[in-house]
Design a protein around this ligand. Sequence first.
Ligand SMILES: Nc1ncnc2c1ncn2[C@@H]1O[C@H](COP(=O)(O)OP(=O)(O)O)[C@@H](O)[C@H]1O
Ligand SMILES: [Mg+2]
Length: 395
Amino acid sequence: MSRLPVFDFDDKLLHQGAEISRKLNQLRLEKFPPNAKKTLRPFPMSEVAHYLGVSPNNLKRLHLEGKGPEPQIVSGGRRLYTADQMLELRQYLDKNGRADAKKYVPHRKPGEKLQVIAVVNFKGGSGKTTTAAHLAQHLTLTGHRVLAVDLDPQASLSALYGFQPELDKNPSLYDAIRYDDGRKAIRDVILPTNFPGLDVIPANLELQEYEYDTPLAMQNSPEGKRFFTRFGTALQDVDSDYDVVVVDCPPQLGYLTLTALIASTAVLITVHPQMLDLMSMSQFLLMLGNIAQTIKNAGAEVRMDWLRYLITRYEPSDVPQVEMLGLMQSILAAEMLKTQMVKSTAISDAGLTKQTLYEVERSHFTRGTYDRAIECMDAVNFEIQGLIHQAWGRL
Ligand SMILES: Nc1ncnc2c1ncn2[C@@H]1O[C@H](COP(=O)(O)OP(=O)(O)O)[C@@H](O)[C@H]1O
Ligand SMILES: [Mg+2]
């Protein structure tokens, strides 16, 4: 028998790490060149009607009467509207509708407070980023003014939104919550996205500094002791610019996540229905519960409008998953979203080109696959929107 060859452990890891990174980079450059700037497809009338909440016939009539924005007409007489025109349509309908009619511009009114939704779970791969990215876009398509905040130093949401943390020198929330003189106004770290009405605070590795700075600041300053107020305080400067803030949290229960949670008015916990994921989630809940108690004793006000669990990457044909879903429902019934997000290749495939379901062209997919995925995603997001409106006392 021949002996196993001797090798240098550290050399091998360094070499293999570098090689994988080089190949991935190459692949990424091919799929999404550095100078690529995201644009947004136009939306067919049926989708516009769906997100506005009007009948397609009403829209068609408006157009035939020459009212409202002028859609682009393509083969087969199909009418296409840009996302900007969708917003114009909302304004047009509100201006020309009866005073008591349904409002198409859903911006919050006096007394309705900014909704800050934290998407959390300390398990990576539980679908936080996918959920946050689609929720923020969906809220925008339904007329809300939205700020998405990427709090994960790994910057997956930023990447999905077309920012390339390795190439772009993005700002991050760190710039607005740091303890030293380098601090900037939150307005200076907000960037526009390809969706009108949706802005983003991207992420970068520097966010991680907050995890190191905070324990030091806690020893040295009153500000540090009240670290959990930093995001909420920064948000006050832009409070009137948005209706909803969606925060994609990092997969850990550190100071960033805690700071986000204390600034939040609602929490969405994403969970893949498998034994190990559920075990990890129960640990997460216990830890979070304990920490929240400690922070409350330190003077933080924790007042959530709602807490919901969202099942992600669900496969209804997988018996153990169905069982885990049943287990969750028996314990958490009232706090589970009614819709489960199913597993779909449309989501992972769209992700390969840094796109969401709302951005990809339907024609690039097998119809059934795309339609099932978007139907499910819309159902999840409309359900969450209902909770937001309920928190505003509208329903
Ligand atoms: N419903 C889904 N169907 C198929 N793939 C999904 C779905 N949701 C998420 N994914 C994929 O699973 C991976 C992890 O999801 P992600 O949202 O990044 O999780 P997290 O942010 O919790 O780490 C990603 O590659 C994503 O494209
Ligand atoms: Mg993530």
